[in-house]
Design a protein around this ligand. Sequence first.
Ligand code: SF4
Length: 312
Amino acid sequence: MTIFGPIPSRRLGASLGVNNIPYKICSYNCVYCQVGRTLHMQVKRTLYSNPSEVFDEVKKKVERIGETQQNVDYISIVPDGEPTLDSSLGELIERLKDLGLPVAVITNSSLTWDKSVQEDLKKADWVSVKIDAVSPNTWKQINRPHASLSLDEILQGMQEFAGSYTGTLCTETMLVKDLNDNPEELTAIANFVKSRISPYKAYIGVPTRPPAEPWVSRPEPESITAAYAIFTKEGLNAETLTGYESSGFVVTDNPVEEILEITAVHPMRRDAVEDVLNRFGVGEEVLQQLVKEGRIRKVHYEGWDYYIRVMR
Ligand code: SF4
């Protein structure tokens, strides 16, 4: 179990991350995943987290952040896998809400056909559901789902959830060049999102960190603009997430340990890592040492060096 951050998020402000799933267990194997290829494809919900233990850890962290005059806007359940695979998710959300902070969950929505998942997600204050495609072929190409999943059932489940959820519901559509950035797919997605989900906000993202597959690239600016235009024409409150959210990583005690925790789920750009080390007067040689020891890996993407945790 990892508590990381807070990390800066345009959607959530200062977001304190809770990783409730063992490394890279997911129902999808998205080509753009920023934490690499899925190691274990799974759809069966399993008891992964202990809500009381997580509560104690998060409480300690929130108190420590408060002592350093920094703040947390959201507690976000955003693991390096799919959070709804954890069968104690609902209880975990309830416990975390006792801290008096809003709780967010970012899900790939692949299990929303399962009523127990819908009930668990309803407990969160803010939920983001992923909709990268509504046509089966594109869905298979971009999300590479577990073989037992059905897109029709997922879309139906999402619609049911949206109809009964009373918190803030957002959608996220990740655009990948030549996969789902064509007007036909985008129009179909926008139509589904507006008519069946009606979210508070429909986010349009592009890969801004090193993707699982090296051939993945962000769409041309014209395609991103077209996507935004298609979404807004459909009547959606759309917003693009096309920039790297780099500054403002909150670190309280041990910069090296916290960099390792953050990079396990959130690749950090070189300038952000240096910023954290500088704040603690730690030299850059520490970074080189982590790379040398094989604890983090350097990846070059779109002109920048990123650091990603190496999980063993
Ligand atoms: S992007 Fe999310 S849903 Fe897709 S493989 Fe990575 S963790 Fe799973």
